[in-house]
Write a protein that binds this ligand. Structure first.
Ligand SMILES: [Zn+2]
Length: 500
């Protein structure tokens, strides 16, 4: 009997944690000590220490804590003992002691994994909690001709399982169960069968999709038997193709100089969220996704494309224009989503610079919104009125030279977006938009859709709609490029306005 008691107490001593017991959390860069409670087999971790180790504030308001990571929100309700993440409510096991909130390690993993889209692993023997390594899946694509068919070959590395294939609405969509995807399309030659390839990574559900746009003449397809070892997927496309010749260019572009470098500006970013949809979709996130895909689409047509921002951070308006000037871009496009207090407004609008400050009341809301420059509000050193006027005139003059071309670009963009939306309602507009002032190249601002409209917000969440927008914008820019070439044809290179 004595022996049993002794064994039992020594067992408890080994497994129950005291006040200052800690485990370690490795966030990929450094180790953090986290206070724990409970026992080795039912471990509770200091929730705020963990959150702060991820570089986030753990501020409690009433009985709630809100944490935002990568645009996703986690709401912890200490009273109800629940968490809401990605719209799902998850019950939590919590303990509080001496102003610390301890959460069971299982609850912690359940709520943080979807938020971080990374695996969170606790290893009881080493008492280390750590994030699984980011696994970027590499996918390379190539195309070829085999007899009377075009084929697409997709190779992915072994980190990922075979993507799901879905044929829909003139697209072949490959879905990968990872947000981290690197796509190499250098082996792709666009043809009558394959018109375009767009990548959408970091989707909100932690997946990625590759959209392959198929030509009208594709009448059927066949997927070759797949072996997991090879990591190869081969899809063959059959149809009435005009010419199947290796190296046949679909575009037949002339040698005249067109546009070469394009700077694309994903509207807003960082603390400037832009507009917000009725269910919380943020303009800054959608514009970034759209612009990344647009960059890849334009690059596949040989354009040199730069983005003013590559991720979610804030940039003042003049820095965006200045970047395009410094890079000597041939075209500057700022991409936005519209929002006005009327929830029924829908469709696209394309703006180019107006030198006239008179604006119709219809557009004044949009213009005031897009002209807000969060950085400028903090500037204490306000220039004299004289300086300001002179500056504005100089900035305006910079764009004056390009107004006609800006109008042409805006018209092509609006026409393509109208075809997409099946509308002619909204059109090309002129407005005194700050981000266009001072651009030393043709420039326009595109309001792709109304994020304030519940139906448009829903569409904006879908990759297929984003794909269509990217296609419309790509078509518009290629039309403008041909237009420039047409006007430059016959001119000697020295006479041509802009050279690649
Ligand atoms: Zn905007």
């Amino acid at each position: 009997m004595k022996l049993t008691l002794l064994l039992l107490t020594s067992f408890l001593v080994q497994t129950a944690f005291g006040q200052d017991d800690t485990i370690q959390f490795y966030n990929g860069q450094i180790y953090h000590n986290l206070h724990v409670s409970g026992s080795r087999y039912d471990l509770f971790v200091d929730f705020c220490e963990f959150t702060e180790a991820l570089g986030r504030d753990c501020q409690q308001q009433e009985s709630q804590i809100t944490i935002v990571i990568k645009g996703r929100t986690l709401l912890v309700d200490l009273k109800k003992k629940t968490a809401v993440v990605n719209g799902k409510t998850i019950p939590l096991r919590l303990q509080t002691s001496e102003n610390r909130i301890f959460m069971s390690v299982r609850s912690l993993i359940r709520i943080y994994q979807p938020l971080l889209s990374r695996k969170l692993i606790y290893e009881p023997t080493s008492r280390v909690l750590h994030l699984a390594k980011k696994k970027t899946v590499s996918v390379s694509m190539g195309t070829g001709i085999d007899g009377n068919s075009f084929y697409l070959q997709v190779k992915h590395d072994k980190l990922s399982s075979k993507p799901a294939l879905q044929f829909t609405d003139s697209y072949l969509i490959l879905s990968f169960k990872t947000p981290y995807l690197r796509l190499d399309t250098s082996g792709v030659e666009f043809s009558e069968a394959i018109l375009n390839v767009n990548l959408f990574d970091h989707l909100p559900d932690g997946t990625s999709e590759i959209h392959i746009e198929l030509g009208k003449n594709v009448s059927s397809h066949r997927v070759d038997p797949y072996t997991a070892d090879s990591g190869f997927i081969v899809v063959r496309f059959f149809g009435k193709f005009k010419a199947i010749k290796r190296g046949d260019s679909m575009t037949g572009e002339s040698d005249a100089f067109g546009i070469h470098r394009i700077v694309i500006d994903p509207g807003h970013g960082g603390k400037d969220e832009g507009a917000r949809g009725p269910t919380g979709l943020k303009e800054k996130h959608v514009t970034l996704l759209l612009c990344r895909a647009l960059k890849r689409a334009l690059e596949s047509h040989g354009f040199d494309v730069l983005l003013t921002r590559e991720s979610d951070y804030h940039l003042p308006l003049k820095v965006r224009t200045g970047f395009a000037n410094n890079e000597k871009a041939d075209l500057f496009l700022s991409i936005h989503l519209n929002a006005i207090p009327k929830p029924n407004a829908w469709g696209s609008e394309t703006f180019y610079l107006s030198l006239n400050d008179d604006i119709s009341t219809v557009d004044s809301y949009t213009i005031a919104f897009e002209n807000r420059d969060l950085e400028e509000e903090k500037v204490e050193d306000i220039p004299s009125e004289e300086d300001l006027d002179l500056n504005l005139i100089l900035w305006d003059l910079a764009q004056t030279e390009f107004l006609e071309d800006s109008f042409r670009v805006a018209r092509y963009v609006q026409e393509e977006l109208n075809i997409l939306a099946g509308t002619k309602n909204r059109g090309v507009k002129q407005a005194p938009l700050k981000v266009l002032q001072g651009a030393q190249m043709p420039a326009c601002l595109i309001e792709v859709a109304f994020i304030s409209n519940p139906r448009e917000e829903e569409k904006l969440r879908t990759p297929i709609f984003k794909s269509r927008v990217v296609k419309a914008l790509t078509t518009a820019i290629r039309r403008y490029d041909r237009d420039v070439k047409e006007r430059n044809r016959g001119k000697a290179p020295s006479q041509q306005g802009r050279q690649p």
